[in-house]
Write a protein that binds this ligand. Sequence first.
Ligand SMILES: *[C@@H]1O[C@H](CO)[C@@H](O)[C@H](O)[C@H]1NC(C)=O
Ligand SMILES: *[C@@H]1O[C@H](CO)[C@@H](O)[C@H](O)[C@H]1NC(C)=O
Ligand SMILES: *[C@@H]1O[C@H](CO)[C@@H](O)[C@H](O)[C@H]1NC(C)=O
Length: 322
Amino acid sequence: MATRPNRNRSSAQHIGSILTATLGGIAQFIWLTLVGIVSVFMPVQKKNVKNEIVLVTGAGSGIGAAMAKRFASLGALVVLWDINSETNNRVCEEIKAEGGRAIAFTCDLSNKEEIYQTAARVKRDAGNVTVLINNAGIITGKKIYELSDEMIEKTFSVNTIAHFWTIKAFVPDMISKNHGHIITIASGAGLFGVPGMVDYCSSKFGAIGTHSSLTLELEANGSTGVHTTVVCPFFIDTGMFDGVRSKVPHLLPILKTDYAVDKIMGAYHSNQSMLLMPRILYLFLVMQSIFPVKASIAAARLFGITTVLDGFKGPRETRKKE
Ligand SMILES: *[C@@H]1O[C@H](CO)[C@@H](O)[C@H](O)[C@H]1NC(C)=O
Ligand SMILES: *[C@@H]1O[C@H](CO)[C@@H](O)[C@H](O)[C@H]1NC(C)=O
Ligand SMILES: *[C@@H]1O[C@H](CO)[C@@H](O)[C@H](O)[C@H]1NC(C)=O
């Protein structure tokens, strides 16, 4: 909306105020960049999680189970969601046997109604979730023309759209208390295209977009106590990607689950917004942005990215598992 400058307010004053705002913004940008760089080298004050209620989707296996166990070992109450009741209950029993607090719910993350219903049960039985870990994910590992329409939609339902339903169910409570954390387990495949993973990559690009925009909405809302973290790993040795090998294991290793959990917990404690692992992915991200596309593809070939799925056997557990 164009407003006519007020008679009392000369255009010089107008320009002055724009200049002040611009310089202020630039100063803030430089200051926050320096703070960000320095904070990388500062010891992190760990958060006390004893009063947190941590929901992990896809908690029955892989990185989800490992994250649930870690949070439980630190004293949090963990809420486990998985479509596979058997593995989910097993993780729940294992946590309790170690003296942790856990409660398991069977939930199909591709089903919106089931998510909302389960969320209502969680609020009733456990309380308001304060740490939401959107982790559940599925992978087909098929080329785009080999994928059935249903599988493509399912991949998006679980890997991307489910985040909307859990965010809508739990984040308003976090905002009202100005306390909470949303952790999105995305993937390096959400930053770089990978052949044989068109569905998976697209869904993870979507999850990263959800994280980035949610972060800005929380910022605009003034919810300074509600943090977000997106995690973009290369492959982790959880069994989801059985048979995948790195061509250059020293530069681009298949990550160990414990290492990945340590890094994610570090990002949680320090309110880090984006975590890429291994670290060389940060370099890839910069390279992808500044080098010609063909040069980037040549580099991807060198690192074996273009053939990375060649040994892929499919997920160790059934594909329906979240
Ligand atoms: C959960 O959060 C809502 C606000 O969104 C609040 O009214 C309610 O009392 C909270 N419940 C508990 C158990 O803290
Ligand atoms: C922040 O979000 C809450 C919950 O959605 C909403 O009620 C509130 O009006 C928002 N505040 C601002 C300043 O946007
Ligand atoms: C992370 O956020 C919490 C809650 O807003 C805050 O108490 C803590 O100081 C923050 N930690 C760091 C390292 O910024």
